[in-house]
Design a protein around this ligand. Structure first.
Ligand code: PEP
Ligand code: MG
Length: 564
């Protein structure tokens, strides 16, 4: 839950006043535009001034680019001409300029440059928002100072990380889904977020006091004394839980009947590694490398990647680190230096290992960096989006080639790395025996396995009720994957969001899972939930779980499992 003042960020398609401008109002409209341009410039400057350290470098670059666009005489000159000569109102002139510029960007061949149209949209959106707003900058500053809940149409993961560093307490988006990468990031940062609140921007104004509950997807505008009491109660419970859980920090993860369970951490940034160590993770079960590639123009070279991977390996001090090769494409495609073609159906398109195979030089650079990092600890290489044994075999060969090349150029490359695949495409799950022969371990990606089994886009909020990892078909696949891996004596870890949900711990143990990987912030809760489970008893209920024909039937079995 979060309590704060709403800070509205209007989407970049505001209401545009298309009525022609009477001559007498021209100079007034010019002044409104100048005021809005100044407000937008001030906002960017304030954002820039607030950044320090690594953030100043990473995010500052985007802000500088936006300031340059805002100062571009061609943009501003064109706007004033549209008002003075063509009698457009300021909002219509902005829309006109935006459409012209976007058309010019769309005609560019280079996909990176083409994607800069987003920056134009953001900049013009900022000026439009300033035009539409009547609060003064001083009032907005107050909203930011007392802690704000950001209300916006959509938010990118990088933006989210930056906002929380600057005191945003919660986020409401009018679109998006609970499975988007922003939502995953928000959950892992313990940032309350409510997605798919379609009319939030219309129903709220800047500075409205708002209470949000990310767990239940609730928004209370102008909360009453009762609502506030509920919030205080929630805060007290959080503090109590945090104290109780902190006792489990370095405890072993044991079920009530004494079976040891492996809890690994999912990681994306260095803070995750620190947290994973502090909370007693058994290692890193999933290191998502694509986050090194997002929000930047150039592809990180071998040296940069090597240093990033080596630091993770060193950070884990000898514990296993599972580095997943690039999983770009689908919803992870924003602003990268890798040329991603425009596809009608990107989730079913060139994504993960398919993309890496199409760009062997890119793939080899990454594999070389991983192999070099493997000299510093225990590294496991994990390949995403695998569908066929051929992909696995070809990747293994590529790794061996890279190792040979590195050795011949003087690097000491160990022979001991483990090689695994994400099982997240139904075909890979069903035909697992043909794949697993070539693998040392597997990792189940339930986020994608659910999406592809149910043919439900994980990012589509209008289908969120259908996106159900407890669908009987998904559970059957999970049981089958786990059993196949155990028969082949290969380690199987589940690293989708499901693994970090304490309410699913009993169900996953019943299905036979003994290795979980989750964001470190969920580890203590899951360790606590596992400690209350009797694994032997749960295993006996697996058959009835798999016999259940409907979701309601599954819920009944789950209830029985969770009964004390
Ligand atoms: C998954 O699909 O479950 C997974 C862990 O990978 P990602 O969420 O990065 O696609
Ligand atoms: Mg996946």
């Amino acid at each position: 839950m979060a309590l704060g003042r709403a800070r509205l960020v209007q989407p970049s398609q505001p209401d545009v006043d298309e009525r022609p401008l009477p001559e007498a109002e021209v100079e007034g409209e010019v002044l409104r535009l100048t005021g809005a341009l100044t407000a937008a410039r001030d906002e960017l400057k304030q954002l820039r001034d607030k950044l320090h350290g690594a953030l100043a470098r990473e995010v500052g670059e985007f802000i500088d680019a936006h300031s340059l666009i805002l100062d571009d005489p061609e943009l501003t000159g064109g706007l004033y001409d549209l008002i003075r000569k063509a009698r457009y109102r300021a909002s219509a002139a902005l829309k006109m300029q935006r459409d012209r510029l976007v058309a010019a960007f769309d005609a560019i061949d280079d996909p990176y440059l083409r994607s800069r149209r987003e920056d134009v949209d953001h900049v013009i959106g900022r000026v439009q928002a300033a035009l539409a707003r009547d609060t003064t900058p001083a009032e907005r500053q107050i909203a930011a100072r007392v802690g704000s809940v950001l209300v916006t149409d959509t938010i990118a993961p990088a933006e989210l990380a930056h906002l929380t560093e600057h005191g945003v307490l919660g986020v409401i988006t009018t679109g998006g889904s609970a499975l988007s990468h922003s939502a995953i990031l928000a959950r892992s940062m313990r940032l309350p977020m409510v997605v798919g609140a379609h009319d939030a921007l219309k129903r709220m104004s800047d500075d409205d006091l708002v209470l949000i509950d990310g767990t239940h997807g609730e928004i209370v505008i102008h909360p009453t004394a009762q609502d506030l009491a509920r919030y205080r109660q929630h805060q007290r419970e959080q503090t109590r839980n945090a104290e109780a859980l902190s006792r489990l920090k370095h405890a072993r993860t044991l079920t009530a009947d004494g079976m040891e369970i492996d809890l690994y951490a999912n990681a994306e940034m260095s803070a995750d590694i620190v947290q994973a160590r502090a909370l007693g993770a058994a290692g890193i079960g999933l290191y998502r490398t694509e986050f090194l590639f997002l929000q930047r123009r150039e592809v990180p070279d071998e040296e940069e990647q090597f240093i990033a991977y080596r630091d993770v390996v060193l950070g884990m001090g000898g514990m296993p680190v599972t580095i997943r090769t690039l999983d770009l494409g689908a919803d992870k495609a924003d602003n990268t230096g890798v040329a991603l073609g425009k596809e009608p159906n990107p989730a079913l398109g060139v994504r993960g290992v398919r993309l890496s195979m199409l760009h062997p030089e890119l793939f080899k650079t990454q594999l070389r960096a991983i192999l070099r990092a493997a000299s510093f600890g225990r590294v496991r290489i994990l390949v995403p989006m695998v569908t066929t044994p051929e992909e696995v075999v070809a990747t293994r060969e590529l790794i061996n080639d890279c190792a040979r090349q590195l050795r011949s150029s003087g690097h000491e490359i160990s022979d001991h790395y483990e090689f695994g695949a994400m099982i997240e495409v139904p075909a890979a799950a069903i035909a697992l025996p043909s794949l697993i022969r070539h693998l040392d371990f597997i990792a189940i990606g339930t986020n994608d396995l659910t999406q592809y089994t149910l043919a439900v886009d994980r990012g589509n909020d209008s289908l969120s009720a259908l996106y159900d990892p407890l669908h009987p078909a998904v559970l059957k696949l999970l049981a089958q994957i786990i059993a196949t891996a155990h028969r082949a004596r290969k380690q199987v870890t589940l690293c989708g969001e499901m693994a970090g949900e304490m309410r699913y711990a009993a169900l996953l143990l019943a299905l036979g899972l003994t290795s979980f990987s989750m964001h470190p912030s969920s580890m203590l809760e899951v360790r606590h939930a596992i400690a209350r489970c009797d694994r032997a008893k749960l295993r006996k209920q697996c058959a009835s779980l798999l016999r259940a024909q409907t979701r309601a039937g599954i819920d009944r079995v789950l209830k029985r499992m969770q009964a004390p």
